[in-house]
Design a protein around this ligand. Structure first.
Ligand code: BEZ
Ligand code: FE
Length: 299
C-alpha cells in the first residue's frame, strides 16, 4: 500500500495492468495511461472539465449511426487519422502515391462502370474527364486494377446527403485495361463542410475553424499483390486548399482540370497516374473499410 498522489497514481495504474497477456494491448494501454495522466497534469484538469469531456465523448457516441461516423470525424479534425495514415505509409516496401483520408462517405458495392462512363446519374454541371494509369513502383502499368471513385456533386453533397433514398450515385468502380489505363467522366465537385451539426462540429466552431474541406475526388485503388491505396485528388484553386479541416491535402495530390489534347475525351481533363507499392505481406489487411460497418460490428 502506498499513498496515492497525482504522480504515484500513474505508477499504480501501470502496475495493475502489468500482467496483460496480450503484449500489444499492454503496450498501447500503458502508453495511453501514461500520456493521458501527463495530459491531465499538464492542463491541471478540473473535475468539471473532466465531466465535460466525458459528456462530449458520450454525445459523440450517441451521434454515430451506419451513415454518420462521428468518432472518425473527431479523429479526423484532430489530425489523428492523418497521423495514423502517415505511420502506416512508412511501412510500405515501396514508395507509392501519397495517401489521403478515406473519410466517412466511402461505401462498398459502388456500381461497376465501363471506361469513359460518368459516375453521376444526372447533372446540369459541365463535365470533366479524369484519366491516367495505375502503375507499379517501377512505372509498369498494372492491368485489371480496381479504381473506386467517390465525390460530392457540384453543390458539395455526397449521394447520402443529396438523396432521401440510399441509392448510390457520384461513385463508381472501374477496372484498368491491359496497360493500366483508366478514365471516367464526372463534374467538378464542390468543397464542403465536414458534418457540423453534431458535437464535433460544435468543437470545430468553438476553435474558430471554418470546417471546410477543399474540393476533392476520393480514390481507392487496389490490385492483387499490391498495397491498397486510399487517396484523393484536390483542386488547386479551392480557397481552402491550404487549410483542410481534416489535414488530407499533400502537394503531390493537388490537380487542375485543363485543356489536354492527349485526353481520351474532348473535355477539360485531369491526368493522374497512381503508383502502388507491393503489399508488405501476403493478405495485408484492407485499409479502406466501409465506415457504415463500424456501428453494425459494435452491435
Ligand atoms: C471526406 O472527405 O469525405 C471527409 C473526410 C473527413 C471528414 C469528413 C469528410
Ligand atoms: Fe470527401
Amino acid at each position: 500500500m502506498h499513498d496515492l498522489d497525482e504522480f504515484t497514481v500513474t505508477e499504480a495504474a501501470l502496475t495493475q495492468m502489468a500482467n496483460t497477456p496480450d503484449a500489444r494491448l499492454k503496450q498501447i494501454m500503458d502508453a495511453a495511461v501514461r500520456h493521458l495522466h501527463a495530459f491531465a497534469r499538464e492542463v491541471n484538469l478540473t473535475p468539471a472539465e473532466w465531466l465535460k469531456g466525458i459528456t462530449f465523448l458520450t454525445e459523440v457516441g450517441h451521434m454515430c449511426t451506419p451513415i454518420r461516423a462521428e468518432f472518425i470525424l473527431l479523429s479526423d479534425v484532430m489530425g489523428l487519422s492523418a497521423l495514423v495514415n502517415a505511420l502506416h505509409d512508412k511501412t510500405a516496401p515501396e514508395k507509392g502515391t501519397d495517401t489521403s483520408l478515406l473519410g466517412p462517405f466511402y461505401r462498398e458495392g459502388a456500381p461497376q462502370l465501363k471506361p469513359g462512363d460518368s459516375i453521376l446519374s444526372e447533372t446540369a454541371a459541365p463535365e470533366i474527364v479524369l484519366y491516367g494509369r495505375v502503375l507499379d513502383a517501377g512505372g509498369q502499368g498494372i492491368p485489371d486494377a480496381t479504381v473506386q471513385v467517390w465525390q460530392t456533386n457540384e453543390h458539395g453533397q455526397y449521394d447520402l446527403q443529396a438523396r432521401s433514398s440510399e441509392q448510390m450515385d457520384m461513385r463508381g468502380c472501374f477496372t484498368t485495361d491491359a496497360d493500366g489505363n483508366y478514365h471516367f467522366r464526372t463534374v467538378r465537385p464542390l468543397g464542403y463542410m465536414v458534418p457540423m451539426d453534431g458535437p464535433v462540429g460544435k468543437l470545430v466552431r468553438a476553435q474558430g475553424r471554418h470546417g471546410y474541406r477543399p474540393s476533392h475526388i476520393h480514390f481507392l485503388v487496389g490490385a492483387a499483390g499490391y498495397r491498397e491505396l486510399v487517396t484523393a485528388l484536390y483542386f488547386a484553386d479551392d480557397d481552402h486548399i491550404d487549410s483542410d479541416t481534416v489535414f488530407g491535402v499533400s502537394r503531390s495530390l493537388v490537380v487542375s482540370a485543363k485543356a489536354d489534347p492527349q485526353a481520351p475525351l474532348d473535355l477539360p481533363a485531369v491526368r493522374y497516374d497512381f503508383r502502388l507499392s507491393r503489399a508488405a505481406e501476403a493478405g495485408e489487411s484492407r485499409v479502406g473499410a466501409d465506415p457504415s460497418k463500424i456501428v453494425k460490428a459494435a452491435e
